[in-house]
Design a protein. Sequence first.
Lengths: 434, 434
Amino acid sequence: MSAPFDPTRTGAAALAALYRQGVTDPVTVTRLYLDRIAALDGQVRAFNQVLEVQALHAAAASAGRWASGRPLSDLDGVPLAVKANIAVAGAFWHAGIAAYRDRVAPRDADCVARLRDAGAIILGIVNMHEGALGATTDNVWFGRTQNPLRAGLTPGGSSGGSAACVAAGMAAAALGSDTMGSVRIPSAYCGLAGYKPARRAISIDGVIPLSTTLDHVGVHGRTVADCALVAAHAGALSPPGPTRLSGLRLASPDWRSRVDAPDPIWAARDAAAARLLSAGMAALDADLTNYQPGQARRLGLLVSEVEGLNAHAAQLATGDDGFSPEFLSLLRWGGKQPATKVAAAYQGLDEIRLAGLAWLDTLDAVLLPTAPQTAFAFSDPVPANQADFTALADFIGCPAVAVPAGLSPDGLPLSVQVMGRDAAIVLAVASALE
Amino acid sequence: MSAPFDPTRTGAAALAALYRQGVTDPVTVTRLYLDRIAALDGQVRAFNQVLEVQALHAAAASAGRWASGRPLSDLDGVPLAVKANIAVAGAFWHAGIAAYRDRVAPRDADCVARLRDAGAIILGIVNMHEGALGATTDNVWFGRTQNPLRAGLTPGGSSGGSAACVAAGMAAAALGSDTMGSVRIPSAYCGLAGYKPARRAISIDGVIPLSTTLDHVGVHGRTVADCALVAAHAGALSPPGPTRLSGLRLASPDWRSRVDAPDPIWAARDAAAARLLSAGMAALDADLTNYQPGQARRLGLLVSEVEGLNAHAAQLATGDDGFSPEFLSLLRWGGKQPATKVAAAYQGLDEIRLAGLAWLDTLDAVLLPTAPQTAFAFSDPVPANQADFTALADFIGCPAVAVPAGLSPDGLPLSVQVMGRDAAIVLAVASALE
């Protein structure tokens, strides 16, 4: 088989043209991905379950539609992977928690059903940090997913399997979920684009929650266009973005005193800002005054932990087998906090959201680093501040896109994040950085 | 003094024309209100503090501006009362709690400063249910405010002093606050209009909080126009509303199985709906499916109690003197609830808000009763469901207006409530019912 489609270089949005022109077809491409999974996933360990039969069946149907000139959408025949907390009918649905190891989803999550209605092919279920509460995807039950760019490094998390499978060319794009950064951080560590649409733009129906207050469904892809295409068919359709950036207001706030990150992280952001200004964006000196990422993180974690305890209460009522001591201790710590502290966390996040919305209303896009570090070794201590740039967009509920921004001195991907009120603008600005 | 302005019949919005024409002037009107307070408030007990010197000083300045043809706004020279949880510089600022009995506000609340900038005159501070957590204004520390329409009945609450002083012609309009219905319920019981703008449309800066999540500042007035005028100058400016209602979609959902209210309450709502349909509105069969007011009330109360405990934590750390046992027991009950239950309350309210916004997006206005009962005797048991029609607009954060809707068989005011996404439309629909 000579593949005219190179899964290590191009992704979801390129496929429709190839199918339309008959250069390749969904069965060939699906087989290509399944072959790569078979060849590579023994090392990467991104997949919890490969849905080979289902995928080939769907690919054959898609091929028939393309052959007859009647594809369902530009996503018809595009092979995707789905994070293990998002329901795919007939597949395992466990959120990386062994207690749910044998649970099979009775029906598709809303977003998965929409993607299938658009013709997407589900290749399988991918690994995640246990319960989505953590950012290394070093899962004691389902294995440690490796960063495909360098073995021994984390792919990030919690959607580590989603990012790793796309980065390794084992899927054209992947669904993930993002509570404080769980789509954007692994996309950053793996050199991908990652898109978290506005809150509930993609339904959380059929997603095992960590925090219904903060959970967002998002997409990992090679390009911003790949992410936008999948997100649009998953429910987050945004209108066409501006074709020119000139005049759009860009804030690149100086958070050096707020988030501890090495120079190359800031240099990548500053270089990206310079490119956007060269493209005609107008620099705006506008910051979210008084926002302290470290303090806000604690509020978000507390809300996630207590809501996570609520999410798993029914299972825990039958016993705590299949929950790791680490995960359980986080949930239980949250559950032991006084009512007033919990309420204060919600009150604090609410004020951040209101102030954040008012801030974003004064500008078109904010540019920040995606993460305060590049991918690190599993043997290294886990930095506490991984989500200190990303969590704000979950608190506000606004769209945010992580986009690659070159390599660090040691050859690992750097990433910057674009956030704002308007998804179309955010996507257009992020695309301009590719 | 022959007063061409009758404070028992007309209110805030009528004054500018009278001042402009020189029919009367702000000093005369302010004296009229102060005289009525002196004559009537011994019975009504609406005022905690009358700011006679301040008010007359402000009235003289206003009179000078009108005389020179340079009023600050159409609110210049309009005498208002302010609920005791809203800061008026130099006045008592205690939220009906004896622990703060001697506290004097160091500066105006944002909304009060705006009203003063527009020329409004602050007559004084009015009574409220202790801590804004309750709806009778039977305040153990500051007295029981009577319903001016019938002694022995509650004026409602928590903004009972605000409604009572306007209903008794002791102020042209009044500021209140509304956490689950605290502006609209007393306006209903006292035969007034009551307007709660969208969340934070009027800042809560300078308002002693009950719940920062649910608190809204609102206005009590004789007419919807009075309320809208004051609200606009307090920060909640809305564009001009539609001049015709034809074609606007009106939902009048049947909540008879959800809220226990006697027939005259429903009849008033149905009659109001019929009037709006006659005016050209289109009946829309759209309900907020699954919304259970009684269950939702418990979520809102829990959030209010825990956040109230946070609001008063600093004072309580010095001892609980000056907090009534009833108020304290509510706050402390909230503080004793488990973290998971508190989080579940926030999660539940959040889902109500999202579903409510989606519901309101399908229509222009919702018409419901304001309260499930008319004003009741202080000697009667307090109904648990007083806020079961009003709380939803606080949960959603949308504008809502209570407007008089005739009299019950026993001669007490009935009221209906209009809510929706668009303040201008909500105000226009409510005005059409006057």
